[in-house]
Design a binder for this molecule. Structure first.
Ligand SMILES: *Cc1c(COP(=O)(O)O)cnc(C)c1O
Length: 388
């Protein structure tokens, strides 16, 4: 109880926390302050890629913490250089900028698009960045502007100008928005996570990519949540047959430590010049060592395992009473339910299973290597609650 009272007294009450204090964990199991165990189907919102306190991950973190925890970006460190190389080799993108979060990665992408156009067409010639309705891109003032949900556009104004929102799936609206050649970039999630686990159609995304190429607008994919194996490929764009100019990621990249990345393709690889961008903690060696450990394990076998777990979840939910549909890709799962999603979440927690919600759906983001039997155990309880 004391933790909750201290939180209530001293923390900004920005989160509607659930009545649960977590103390420790191992893989897909978490333990609360009374010693009760929970099956974790949320991974700290797609962050703990291999669950809690994975051995190889913890070894990589502890080894680097004992060598050197931080330098400034005035100096070189091996983990940062090695991680950038690994990301480029695995994606075919050309260069990486490291930061600390998803919002900061998207801020970086927005700066890249604006500077790319400024370098090429003159300052402020192409200020507009197009994003999609129902998107989520972060909580800074600028990424709130980018976020295409009116609920986020109150009270913190004036917001950063230069964003246009178009409906997802409407290629005519996208074409119209690009018509004036005042657009420097298009930023989109391939599966809208916070928006309710809504997957974009492949044909639509390819058509957007063609339009971007034709209008010399950077195609920027927000893979903060979909990235790092979550959707069954290393990055979700790899399932769409597109070649983005910019890919942002964060959440699962370092498996539980704060690390974000802005990855630049050939077209804009030279855009970020000395002094044009920076981040004190960005590329921190402990976070990069953690990410090297995560990324080096996200091979084809692991990704096939993600897809197999997806198939298992779909099969388990097939025809279950109370389930209206199942959305998303890989281990990013949205479940539209007859019963209120928050009621399902609370009931599952009481029975030792942690799930999330997104909009009016139940959302699952389990660790990518959750053992099949643990996943099945969790699904059994979830199914019973969905059917009530
Ligand atoms: C979570 C999320 C963000 C914001 O990431 P933070 O690390 O919380 O700043 C941005 N975009 C998408 C798609 C996300 O899911």
């Amino acid at each position: 109880m004391q933790v909750r009272e201290t939180d209530a007294r001293y923390l900004c009450q920005t989160y509607a926390r659930q009545p649960l204090t977590l103390v420790s964990g191992s893989g897909a199991l978490l333990v609360d302050d009374a010693g009760k165990a929970y099956i974790d189907l949320g991974s700290g919102i797609a962050v703990n890629t291999f669950g809690a306190c994975d051995n190889a991950w913890a070894d990589a973190v502890c080894t680097q913490a004992r060598l050197l925890q931080h330098t400034s970006n005035y100096y070189y460190t091996a983990p940062m250089a090695q991680l950038a190389r690994m990301l480029c080799e695995k994606t075919g993108l050309a260069r990486v900028f490291f930061c600390n979060s998803g919002a900061e990665a998207n801020e970086g992408a927005i700066k890249v698009a604006r500077k790319y156009a400024s370098d090429k067409y003159g300052e402020r010639a192409r200020p507009i960045i197009i994003t999609l309705e129902n998107s989520f891109h972060g909580r800074t003032v600028t990424t709130l502007s980018a976020t295409g949900q009116d609920a986020f556009h109150h009270q913190f104004g004036p917001f950063t100008p230069g964003f246009a929102h178009v409906p997802a799936g409407d290629i005519g609206a996208m074409e119209a928005a690009l018509q004036n050649d005042d657009v420097c970039g298009v930023l989109l999630e391939l599966v809208q996570g916070e928006g309710g686990v809504v997957t974009l159609e492949k044909d639509y995304v390819r058509a957007v990519a063609d339009l971007c190429a034709r209008h010399d607008a950077l195609l920027m994919i927000d893979e903060v949540q979909t990235g790092n194996g979550r959707t069954g490929t290393l990055y979700a764009y790899m399932q769409y047959g597109i070649h983005p100019d910019v890919v942002t990621t964060a959440k699962g990249l370092a498996g539980g430590l704060p690390l974000g990345a802005v990855m630049l393709g050939q077209r804009c690889e030279g855009t970020l010049t000395p002094g044009s961008h920076g981040s004190t903690f960005g590329g921190n060696p402990v976070c990069c060592a953690a990410a090297l450990s995560v990324l080096s394990r996200l091979d084809e076998t692991l990704l096939a395992g993600v897809r197999a777990r997806r198939a298992l979840i779909e099969q388990a939910l097939q025809g279950v009473k109370g389930v209206q549909d199942v959305s998303g890709l890989g281990l990013m799962v949205g479940i539209r339910t007859c019963r209120d999603a928050h009621d399902v979440m609370n009931a599952c927690r009481a029975r030792g299973v942690l799930v999330l919600t997104a909009k009016d759906k139940v959302r699952l983001l389990p660790p990518l290597n959750i053992p099949m039997d643990v996943l099945n155990q969790g699904l059994t309880i979830l199914k019973e609650e969905l059917a009530k």
